[in-house]
Design a protein around this ligand. Sequence first.
Ligand code: NAP
Length: 309
Amino acid sequence: MSLEAKSVFTLADLQNWAEVTSGSLRRPRLAVIGDPVAHSRSPQMHNPALIAAGIDCEYVRLHLRSEELEAGIEAMKAAHFIGFNVTIPHKAAMCEIVDELSETAQRVGAVNTVAIREGKLFGHNTDAPGLHRAIHEAFGVDLHDLRVLVVGAGGGAGRAAAVECAMSSCRRLVLANRTVEKATLLAEGLLPLLSDQDDGQTRIRAIRWDADSLSQELGEIDLIINATSIGMKADDPDVLPPGSLRADHLVYDMVYAPPQTRLMSAAEECGARAANGLGMLLWQGALAFEYWFSWEAPVEAMREGLERE
Ligand code: NAP
């Protein structure tokens, strides 16, 4: 029996794991934890990967509230879990819980992947490098060579994008946010990564998310990353001022539901290339798989699983 029929498990289930999962064909030892978690597409991606790789393991959704995190982690250790993914609202809290934190996770201030080895928790952030791989796959370019605008640099996804661009030493980085103070603070933290020692010039700046500020910057930008939650609903505002895109812009929209966002359509109408956030979801999952198993992830099985969904 596959456990996917029961779409979300609880702490009480986890504390009685052997009995609750006794009818399963594959041992459930990987999970995504969150509150809420029912929306997560990760099982659709990881279970085909585990089957393709011939690994005796099933990946499930676990609903854990903040006050249940500690007990949940102890129960996962007791049930010999290999690791887990972390989604809202636990990504920041997990930085304080893990035994070891990767440099990227520490800079982003968020853990989305945990590997459990000999009872110790190793925390990683694969959203940031996952975005990097997705952009490379979609456009055949590397962040290092690009001038990048991150719109929505106040949220967790925007922070991951900004950190990845800075760690890749991109040519120029502009961080735009409705609440500009958050983008300013982030830019200050990343300044050492984007300052030229020879001439003291900095390659990073923060701007307010408004039509004038965005229009002024777009002339010196190659890649636009939408890291706001704008685009998920039909009555959302425009991410960029109408008419501000050019044919040589690349547009990466982290939103993937709907698969064709208004921002992507606006880009394509003026001849620019655009991609949705499904690639980022895929690659963050593939990198998580590699942390758990130290094997190359079966990416095509994961992609098919996501596309089938
Ligand atoms: P979040 O923490 O809630 O941040 C939302 C960001 O959007 C903030 O910068 C916020 O600005 C801005 N924003 C929201 N509504 C806005 C509006 N009406 N006008 C202007 N700015 C607005 O969310 P998140 O977790 O970073 O996620 C952001 C998006 O990325 C979501 O659509 C999410 O689904 C997507 N995402 C995709 C992937 C993937 O794998 N493809 C991974 C993670 C996230 P303020 O700071 O001013 O509030």
